[in-house]
Design a protein. Structure first.
Length: 228
C-alpha cells in the first residue's frame, strides 16, 4: 500500500512538468490578444493586464515572457477518518503563486471534533488531539477557466496526543497528502475548491495506535482568496 501511494505521489509531482512540456503556452497560444479575450469569471469584467506584461508575435505566440507573482490565503475544512471514526479538520493555507499555475506555500490543520483512541493498558479510553501541517505544492490546469482542476501535495509532520486528564502521551509522525481538486472562479480574487486525496501517516508510535489509524481518504473544501 505504501509503495503504491509513493508511486502516486511521484506521478502527482511529475504531472505539472509533463503538462508544461506538452503545452507550455496552451492558454495563450492563439492569435487573439488576451486583452480582447473574455475571461469566464463570475462577476468580474473581461479585462486582463497579461498582454501588457508580455510580448506577442504575429502568430499569437508568447515571446519574452515575464514571471508573474501572486499569492493566496485560504481557510480549509477537511473531512476524513481518524482511528476509523469520522473526523473534521480545520485550518488554512498561505501560498505564493508563480505564473498563475504553480503554488508553493504552507498549511496547518487541527482536529475539531472528538475522536476516541483505543483502550489503554490502564483501562482508560482517551480522546485524541491531532494536528498536522507542512509545505504544500499545487499545480492548476487552465486556471483562467471558470471551472478548472489542480493537483496538490502536502509534505510535513503531525502530532498526536491523548486528550484526557492524568493520561500523558504524545508522538510526532511524518505525513504526505496528495490530492486532486476541482475549482470554481467565483470572482477575480476568490475561488472555491473541492478535492479528494489520501493522507498517509508514517512513524506513529503511541500506545494503542499505528500508522493506519491516522491514514485515510480526505475530502477537502477550500476557500481561496488572493491575487491569482
Amino acid at each position: 500500500m505504501k509503495k503504491s501511494l509513493l508511486i502516486l505521489l511521484v506521478i502527482f509531482l511529475a504531472t505539472p512538468v509533463w503538462a508544461q512540456t506538452r503545452a507550455p503556452l496552451r492558454r495563450y497560444n492563439n492569435p487573439t490578444p488576451p486583452s480582447q479575450a473574455v475571461q469566464p469569471v463570475i462577476g468580474t469584467p473581461a479585462t486582463t493586464d497579461y498582454a501588457q506584461r508580455n510580448a506577442w508575435n504575429d502568430e499569437g505566440e508568447l515571446t519574452n515572457p515575464r514571471i508573474y507573482h501572486g499569492f493566496l490565503a485560504a481557510p480549509v475544512v477537511k473531512f476524513t477518518t481518524v482511528n476509523d471514526q469520522f473526523g473534521i479538520f480545520g485550518g488554512g493555507r498561505l501560498g505564493w503563486i508563480l505564473n498563475h499555475d504553480y503554488t508553493i506555500g504552507v498549511g496547518g490543520y487541527g482536529l475539531l471534533n472528538d475522536i476516541e483512541g483505543n483502550e489503554l493498558d490502564s483501562g482508560v479510553t482517551p480522546d485524541l488531539s491531532v494536528k498536522y501541517g507542512g509545505v504544500e505544492f499545487e499545480y492548476a490546469f487552465e486556471p483562467a477557466e471558470l471551472i478548472h482542476f489542480s493537483v496538490y501535495t502536502l509534505v510535513g509532520m503531525g502530532n498526536i496526543e491523548f486528550d484526557y486528564a492524568n493520561v500523558d502521551g504524545d508522538d510526532n509522525f511524518f505525513v504526505v497528502e496528495p490530492a486532486v481538486n476541482v475549482l470554481l472562479n467565483v470572482t477575480e480574487f476568490f475561488k472555491v475548491g473541492l478535492g479528494v486525496g489520501y493522507r498517509l501517516a508514517a512513524g506513529v508510535d503511541l500506545e494503542g495506535l499505528e500508522d493506519g489509524d491516522l491514514s485515510g481518504i480526505v475530502a477537502t473544501l477550500t476557500f481561496k482568496f488572493g491575487v491569482f
